[in-house]
Ligand binder design. Structure first.
Ligand SMILES: [Zn+2]
Length: 74
């Protein structure tokens, strides 16, 4: 009957993100790749590195460490 009550329960939900550590926010970035103007994000599960341009749109595209090194100018 009271259809306007529907959205209320979610808005009052407490958020518990206060214990998130700020120093973990950057994650892992491969420095030589990042310094060459690329994303440099490291995928922890595979150890592969993103060589897309820094601050690229969309999701990262990870390549092997050799390819990442070549992209970084090695
Ligand atoms: Zn990326």
């Amino acid at each position: 009957m009271n259809s306007h009550e529907y959205g209320d329960s979610q808005a009052s939900r407490p958020q518990d993100h206060s214990r998130e550590r700020a120093d973990l926010r950057t994650g892992h970035v491969r420095e030589d790749v990042a310094r060459s103007g690329r994303c440099g994000n490291v995928h922890l599960a595979t150890g592969r590195t993103c060589i897309l341009p820094a601050r690229h749109h969309g999701s990262c595209e990870f390549v092997g460490s050799r390819e990442a090194g070549e992209a970084a100018g090695h």
